[in-house]
Design a protein around this ligand. Structure first.
Ligand code: MG
Length: 391
């Protein structure tokens, strides 16, 4: 018999109330992009994916409602709670907002720690069965010493030192009472505030994945971590358009002088349509007709770079990377070769790639079939991307 594990659940309070624009971000850090996604959104989505988290509320800085709404579009998270200038005030505001329907356990977390391992949450919640609070900690590997006036001072015994991370977990009633009674500015974190209030705070094993992102170099390391998690995916696309349109003939985003144009609802760029479908296919996100229905008059005569850029943005918004695209254009005429480099450069610009990541090929069908008879042009495309695994 396998014993049924007790299901322990907590409400997460994510503090994202910073207003500082540290050099290198150009905006409050919690809204800076990591892998194409705001840092705060990473933190929320990570916790939302855990079965141990029953609800998530975010504390934001006054006046950042717009940034919050943009960063969290499409994410099922409650209305933001407006915080204060100092972190302690923000946490207190968050706890106050939860107090009407108090959860049993609350996790107080920073938006600047986007990768929270499920095992850390499990350890924290287990510790709350015996203690008022629990925090994840890491040991200190380096020698630690005091310094004064740029000179090395005495060495501190590191065996008794730990680095304290978040999320910090508490029995809600206990930490809410501690915050209500605390003086402003007493401590730097909630565990310190809890200890000052006489609460018992246990330590559990933390995780390097919880490292706080503070400087641009931290973001660069986090980008590396994200990239390591991506998997390679391939998509293919195919499209056909018939000759007979008014022109001009546009293939691969390049205008080509020719005796006739292609018919179609949009500008009939057969190569960009096939390529758009290849990208959507790699992302397993439907096809061009689903995203841009021919029945919708908005797309009548539309320039097809809009479709391609839409597919690009879908992938980038999920933290994906486009590695390579390859297009084959199938027709007897016009000749594609003279336009190959222009098409590669045009598509590379549309997808924000280097020219070396874009291939254009052309072939005929030896005068066989509709392309052989010159009735239209067909195109095939293959896209290789890296993206997080989908459920
Ligand atoms: Mg088409």
């Amino acid at each position: 018999m396998i014993a049924q594990a007790t299901v322990r659940k907590a409400t997460a309070l994510i503090v994202a109330a910073g207003t500082g624009e540290r050099a290198g971000f150009g905006q409050p850090k919690q809204y800076a992009l990591l892998g194409g996604k705001p840092l705060l959104r990473h933190a929320v989505e990570r916790l939302a994916a855990l079965s141990s988290i029953e609800a998530i509320r975010v504390v934001i800085a006054p006046g950042q409602q717009g940034e919050f709404a943009a960063a969290m579009a499409g994410v099922d998270v409650g209305a933001p709670i407006t915080g204060a200038v100092a972190r302690q005030g923000s946490v207190r505001a968050g706890l106050a907002a939860l107090a009407d329907a108090p959860p049993r356990y609350v996790l107080i977390h920073d938006a600047a720690r986007p990768f929270c391992p499920a095992a850390v949450i499990d350890r924290l919640l287990l510790a709350l069965e015996a203690h008022d609070g629990a925090v994840p900690v890491l040991t200190v590997a380096d020698t630690v010493a005091r310094s004064a006036d740029f000179m090395l001072g005495e060495t501190v015994d590191r065996r008794n030192l730990v680095r304290v991370q978040t999320p910090q977990a508490f029995r809600f009633d206990a930490i809410w009472a501690a915050h209500r009674n605390a003086r402003v500015g007493d401590v730097t974190d909630d565990a310190g505030l809890a200890r000052a209030a006489g609460l018992s705070v246990a330590i559990v094993e933390g995780d390097e994945a919880l490292a706080k992102l503070t400087y641009p170099a931290d973001f660069a390391r986090a980008e590396e971590r994200l990239r390591a998690r991506l998997v390679t995916r391939t998509g293919m696309g195919f499209d056909v358009h018939a000759f007979g349109g008014p022109g001009p003939l546009v293939i691969g985003g390049v205008r080509i002088d020719h005796t006739q144009g292609l018919t179609g609802h949009s500008d009939a760029d057969v190569a960009l349509h096939a390529l758009t479908d290849a990208l959507l296919g790699a992302a397993a996100d439907g096809d061009i007709g689903a995203h841009f229905p021919p029945s919708d008059d908005r797309w009548r005569g539309a320039a097809s770079h809009l479709f391609l850029e839409h597919a690009r943005d879908l992938i980038l918004a999920r933290g994906g990377i486009i590695d390579h695209v390859d297009v084959t254009i199938i027709c007897e005429a016009p000749k594609i070769g003279p336009h190959r480099d222009a098409m590669r450069a045009t598509i590379a610009a549309m997808l924000r790639l280097r020219t070396g990541q874009v291939s254009i090929k052309a072939t005929t069908t030896e005068r066989l079939g509709f392309t052989g008879r010159g009735e239209g042009i067909a195109a095939q495309a293959v896209a290789t991307i890296r993206m997080e695994e989908l459920p």
